[in-house]
Structure formats: structure tokens, C-alpha cells
Design a protein around this ligand. Sequence first.
Ligand code: PGA
Length: 263
Amino acid sequence: MKRVRKKFTIVGNWKMNPDTLEEAKKLFSAVSRKTANNPKVAVVVAPPAPFMLALSGKKTGRKTYRKIRPAAQDVSGETRGAHTGSASARQLRSAGAEYAIVGHSERRAAGDNDQIIAKKITQALDAGLRVILCVGEKERDNHARYLREVREQITGALSSQTKNKIQWVTVAYEPVWEVGRNFDVVLAPALIHEMAIYIKKSVAEIFGKKQALRLPVLYGGSLNSENAENILKDASIDGLLVGRQSLDPDTFGKIIEYANELS
Ligand code: PGA
């Protein structure tokens, strides 16, 4: 794996959308054009697994497609075998994925705990995928318990990994109460920055300061083109993870453009 040396990484998580491969190709092509026109930004798109091979460009060799780095939305915690309905990290890698999102709040809600997430990260890293680990508190309380919650997610997911492999991990801070919510009430950039520092501090406790300083931290949760610009400008983070608005090529394109301008 090569290091990504871009200032910002913009990730689009399509979740279980769109319905057809035709629509997915159209959307991917539109994002490819934006990506080619904004070369200072690393653009990662996580399509549904059944579309991975057709979109990754691995089969077609389409160059524009290859400018986008494809991500799996999840991987199995097992290597292979009797796990009906799952896709392994190696299979996804073989279909062209370069990244894997692990620990998304929607997967956690479906039963992924720290132990499962740690296994998934090991599988992804062993298969040569970069990992985007999602962490985030369920709610904010006045006693800063939410900080402990995030710290435990980091420790649970990462402490069994080796120091060497941690360079392939990005953490996406996604407060659960912000995912899929109102675009008008997004966390202030200063509070996002504060959490990014806290995440790095938690990683430093496990792997040391050097690793922690290199760790890219993204923010995600109810981003649109307006709040994304403020966050990119003022939160001192390494990029964004966009859900719903990554399905709108104009809005997602605008976010990529801002990131390019600010690079
Ligand atoms: P949202 O989703 O942007 O639609 O809130 C973010 C995510 O789930 O990563």
C-alpha cells in the first residue's frame, strides 16, 4: 500500500443505494469527473458490495474510474468458509476495493461490538485494505461520559493491532446523534477539533505519539455543502465522511471542490 499524501480525504458512503447498477454507474461517473478536476483531494466512494467490481475499474480498466478509491462498506471478521451472506476482505480487495469502512454506527446497531470490529479490522488490514474506523458517542451528556465511550471504542478496535499496521487506519468521528439527522444542527468545528485531538490522544496511549500524530481523523454526520465548507475550513481535520449527500453528485462535487480549494 502506498501512503495517501493528499491534504483532505472526502469519503462518500452510499449505504444501500442506489437500486440498480445503471444508476450506480451514472453516479460514479459524475463523481469521477469531479475527482479528476480536483486532483488535490483523495476521493473515496463506498458503493454497495454487488456493484464493487463494475465500479472499481478493475474489470474495465477505465482510467477515470480509477481516480476514485473504492471502499467496502463493511467486511467479514472471518477469513472464509461457512458464513452465508458475508463478503470477506480478500474478496472485496479482489473486486477492487482499496478501503474498508468498519464500525459504522449502522453496523454497530446491527450487532457489531468491539470484538467483532477488531476482527474485521484485522481481516481488512491483512487483505491489504486501508481501514476507515467509525467511532462516535450515542449522545452527549454533561459529565463527559461521551469521551470515555469514544475512547473505549478506539481501544476496543485498535489495541490488538500492531503499531506497524496502524499507519493504514483512518478514524472517522461520527457522533451517532448526528448521523442521518438535520443538516442545520451540525457540531461546531471547534467541538469537532476537540474530539479529533481526543481521538489522537487515545491512539497515542496505545501506539505512542508518533503514530497518533500521523493518524488521519475525518468527521461525518449530516454533512451538506454548506456545513462541510465550514468544517473543512475551521475544524483542522483531515477530511469528511458524507452519507446522504454523496448520492447527489452536485453537492458531493461541491464538497470535493471546497476541499481542493483549501488544499
Ligand atoms: P449522513 O450519513 O451524512 O447521511 O448523516 C453519514 C454516515 O452515515 O456516514
